[in-house]
Ligand binder design. Structure first.
Ligand code: MG
Length: 125
């Protein structure tokens, strides 16, 4: 079973996406803030991470920078597919994300939960 880390602070979205992903056959762990996300990334191995950018205190950008540093010691992070899904959709945001090792960048408003799941399935094939 593929393991997904869902990093999201909106309880409504967590509920929808956790259910949707689990029903699609993924094992899901949720981090509702940046600290929890970094803790889980240190402890466990994930096939993919669905990452919100705007989060309280430690945001998605900071998480991506930390992952870059952690990769030296934790090699499984090289293989983890990172999908940013955010309402930030400026070209600069997308460029910055790609330069930080993100595989795919989805604008929240343009994707339904089913489409996001399909995108994850495609990346993990
Ligand atoms: Mg958010």
């Amino acid at each position: 079973m593929k393991k997904i880390l869902l990093v999201e602070d909106d309880p409504f979205l967590i509920d929808i996406y956790q259910t949707k992903l689990e029903n699609s056959g993924f094992e899901v762990e949720v981090a509702e803030n940046g600290e929890k996300a970094l803790e889980l990334l240190k402890e466990k191995v994930f096939d993919s991470m669905l990452l919100d950018i705007v989060l309280p205190r430690i945001d998605g950008w900071k998480i991506l920078e930390e992952i870059k540093k952690m990769k030296e010691e934790k090699k499984d992070l090289e293989k983890m597919k990172i999908i940013v899904w955010s309402n930030l959709g400026e070209k600069e945001d997308v460029k910055k994300a790609l330069s930080l090792g993100v595989t795919s960048y989805l604008i929240k408003a343009n994707f339904t939960p089913s489409e996001v799941v399909r995108e994850i399935e495609k990346l993990l094939k």
